[in-house]
Structures are given as structure tokens and as C-alpha cells.
Ligand binder design. Structure first.
Ligand SMILES: [Ca+2]
Ligand SMILES: [Ca+2]
Ligand SMILES: [Ca+2]
Ligand SMILES: [Ca+2]
Length: 197
């Protein structure tokens, strides 16, 4: 059903991966460029402890409307660029044209809300990630579990980096260790360059 698809899409859009940010990421060449993450209180507009697809839909629509400066229900390249500029998103301004032509599925020069939506697989993946009990809404516990998981992964990654740098395991990174790591990284980068050329 079409409505299900749209609801899934707005979950993606509202949960921090803005439609434009997601598009930039799909570009492959651009680095991960996430829109900033809304917190649960902001998403749960009626404050009942659950974020429903309806609440997310309303917010995704609000975001689309904010970009749709002339309120004609479609985004032009100019509107997209102007919005990115107004928000100081330089990288988005630069990537706007490419992203626009990729997203404009019917090539009419305007992005409809449907064209702005991420792909179905991405939507399903995102919704499934948060809604772990599959009841169709996101509880604060589900939201926090995902957020905490993300944070602990980041912390683990940092710890791992530290361990790699601290080669003698004394808990501090000496200048020598730092230099050695830099040296190792430098040769790796040079190696990669040599390969690609
Ligand atoms: Ca709610
Ligand atoms: Ca417009
Ligand atoms: Ca279009
Ligand atoms: Ca749930």
C-alpha cells in the first residue's frame, strides 16, 4: 500500500536523516552527511511516550514545506539551494544540482514529496531498526536503545583507536607512538594513491 511506503519514508526523513542528507550519502562520493538528530521529545509531539508514523509524517511534511518557499508543493533546484544556503550547508549547496537530477525521477524539474523520499529498502531498514517490537510505533525505550547502541559503538571505536595508537600499552600516547601512527598512515595513503593511479 502506498501509504505504508510514505510512512516508512517519513520515518527515515524525520529520524535525523534528512531527505537531502540521505541523498548526499547515496551519492557515494560524498562522506556521510547526516542531518542532525531530533530528540525524542521533539518527535513525540503529543508527548504520550510514543513516536507514531503520523507524528513523523507531520514533521517530514513540515520540513518539506520549509524548503518549498513558494508553497506550490514541489521543490525546485533554486528552492533547494536557497534552503541549504540559509542553513549554512555548503556541501549541500555544491551537491545540490547532482542530487536534484538524481532525485527528479520524472524529470519535470521539480521534486515532489514522493521523489524526495529515500528508497523502500532504506525506509524498511530504518523503521525496523527503531521499532524493535514491530508494533508500528517507536517507544522511548526503543529510541534510547538505538541511540545508546550507536553511542557505545562510537565509544568502542574510539577505545580501539586508542589501543592501536598506544602500542606499548601504558595508557598514554607518547609523541613517538603518535609519530609512528602518523607515519604508518601516511604510507598507507601513499600506497592507496599509487594503486588508484
Ligand atoms: Ca506521540
Ligand atoms: Ca516550490
Ligand atoms: Ca519531478
Ligand atoms: Ca515499537
Amino acid at each position: 500500500m502506498k501509504s505504508t511506503m510514505i510512512i516508512g519514508a517519513v520515518v527515515v526523513a524525520a529520524l535525523g536523516v534528512t531527505a537531502v542528507g540521505a541523498a548526499a550519502k547515496e551519492g557515494g562520493k560524498m562522506r556521510h552527511h547526516r542531518g542532525h538528530m531530533l530528540n525524542f521529545e521533539q518527535l513525540d509531539t503529543n508527548a504520550d511516550g510514543f513516536v507514531t508514523p503520523e507524528e513523523l509524517a507531520a514533521q517530514a511534511q513540515a520540513r518539506f514545506d520549509a524548503m518549498d518557499a513558494d508553497k506550490d508543493g514541489g521543490l525546485t533546484l533554486e528552492e533547494l539551494k536557497a534552503h541549504a544556503e540559509a542553513n549554512g550547508k555548503d556541501r549541500m549547496v555544491k551537491g545540490a544540482e547532482r542530487m536534484f537530477s538524481r532525485k527528479d525521477a520524472n524529470g519535470d524539474g521539480t521534486l515532489s514529496p514522493e521523489e524526495m523520499m529515500p528508497s523502500t529498502e532504506r525506509q524498511a531498514k530504518m523503521l525496523g531498526k527503531f521499532d524493535t517490537d514491530g508494533d508500528g510505533k517507536i517507544s522511548i525505550a526503543e529510541y534510547e536503545a538505538v541511540t545508546a547502541d550507536r553511542q557505545s559503538k562510537r565509544a568502542a571505536h574510539k577505545a580501539e583507536m586508542f589501543k592501536k595508537l598506544d602500542t606499548n600499552g601504558d595508557g598514554t600516547i607518547s609523541q613517538e607512538e603518535w609519530d609512528a601512527a602518523k607515519e604508518a598512515r601516511g604510507s598507507k595513503v601513499r600506497g592507496a594513491d599509487a594503486q588508484s593511479n
